[in-house]
Design a protein around this ligand. Sequence first.
Ligand code: SAM
Length: 303
Amino acid sequence: MTSIIRHMKQIESRLILGDCTKELVTIKDNSVNLIFTSPPYADSRSQTYGGVSPDKYVEWFLPITKELLRVLKPDGTFVLNIKEKVVNGERHTYVIDLIQAMREQGWLWTEEFIWHKKNSYPGKWPNRFRDSWERLLQFNKTRKFNMYQEEVMVPMGEWANRRLKNLSETDKVRDPSRVGSGFGKKISNWIGREKAYPTNVLHMATETRNKSHSAVFPEDLPEWFIKLFTKQGDWVLDPFMGSGTTIRVAQNMKRNGIGIEILPEYFQLAQKDIMARANSQLKQPVLLEKKGKYETTKPKRRN
Ligand SMILES: C[S@@+](CC[C@H](N)C(=O)[O-])C[C@H]1O[C@@H](n2cnc3c(N)ncnc32)[C@H](O)[C@@H]1O
């Protein structure tokens, strides 16, 4: 079943109840600007939401990434939130193996962001410390992808005041990178600026508000990537929608969304929430329940 919730100037949220291994075929080639998702964990025990054995993870995921490669626009981006588990006292290599397999499938592994969970509480394990970060792997189809860097700039803050007060001679000229990347830094360029570009480490608290789904990520996470990689009216896809965080944030940011969720209880949670927000944005949002693919229905005229 698919529901289409249409609101605000033709923006719509298309929610699909089903298995993304089957439902992704209903999405047109080269039609999505950003794919942002957190798939079910590799887990040898749990069947909570389709836990997949770590040894079978790559084999399970590759047909899905093949479809994602087809539906992503050439200048679009795929961001995958994932973290390897510890199995038999070692970090399993399924994430590293997946990156390699996706490169062979045609993806470019363009960047890796770290989500630092800044509110993790301490714990004690015999041979490691509290896991307090996750990967956000960025993949692209081409080297020329859309990126709106100014949208995620951060205040310069205290660092600038301290660092820019005492400039050395090196700070006034371009200091070439010591790793030979060909890039360099010229610290004096930042005098008088109020904002700087962020790093690839995102410090965000984990979500504690939504208790209805055990693996919800915070709204700040998709929001940051939606700002960075899309404009209003673009299309955002989450093939493992869960409680609908990505699609809800996309909706708030006036982006179209497509979310796929296999479990009816999570699908309904997402549908209820997104419909409620659409209601608050528009007096008469349109909910269309339909089985077929992409036919469009004109929203009803408001009186
Ligand atoms: C890690 S959770 C995603 C949570 C989501 N980011 C949120 O904020 O609520 C993964 C979700 O994928 C769903 N799922 C598992 N296998 C699926 C499949 N084959 N197709 C669609 N959804 C699936 C699970 O039911 C679960 O809700």
